[in-house]
Design a protein around this ligand. Sequence first.
Ligand SMILES: [Zn+2]
Length: 288
Amino acid sequence: MADRPRFGPAGVPPFFRIIGAQLSDVPRLLREEGLDAFEYEAVRWGQKPQIKKEQAEKLGFEAKRNDVLLSLHGSYYINLSGEKEVVEASKRRLIACATAAEWMGAYVVVFHMGFYGRESRTETFKKCKEALSEIVNTMRTLGIEKVKLGPETMGRHSQFGTLDEILAICQETEQTQLVIDWSHLHARSGGRLRSAEDFREVVVKAEEKLGTEAVRNMHCHFSKIEFTYKAGERRHHVLDDARYGPDFRMFADVISEFNLRPVIICETPILDVDARKMRDILREITEK
Ligand SMILES: [Zn+2]
């Protein structure tokens, strides 16, 4: 939960790798760039944490010291609506992610819930919700109480995770965090985020369902996005690419108007550079 709007990259920026930075150097380097959030990418993880506890704790320590808020993007290999073995393995993968998040002090595990497959939307919703509640229970048994689970709004029509589905899941499951991927919403709706009013509508709807605090503290992903009408999301693009939406300026207007304090994770190919660009756009708007 952020004390102000915060900005940061999804994963280690390419330039940090070029200069040979270690994971524990990342918070300091981000702070030097004027950024204050970092999403650790655990997207290829299996059923066990693929980071040593010591290394995770060191990252957490450096993040605190440099005032960088940590989140963790969970494994892509999750489908809470699949066959029984797939769901059970998915649960273990999410628990592994939550365990590492607890070690590093990350406040949320962001993840993709799964696919409809041959199931109806109602059946998929039921399965996802049940599996998620079981994961929350296991986390509690393991003493993981500070980490929240953040099912994300998804960009492809085959994926569970429309805005309505995510709001309902968050409403009905404890220990969840609202995660809005604005690019995914844009892609899935065939490019509907075209004005500040379109962003406002989403914020108002989320507030009606989850309350003011949940909305003020939303976790966000943002990038320009290419999509097809048939399948949805295709590719992420840089902020300056005029061919694609959505326009961050419109969201910044709404952040300012509603006094939101979201954590905004930049998912464009030039992670930290565009994160700074978004930070500057918001600053310009709020100081007006
Ligand atoms: Zn994601």
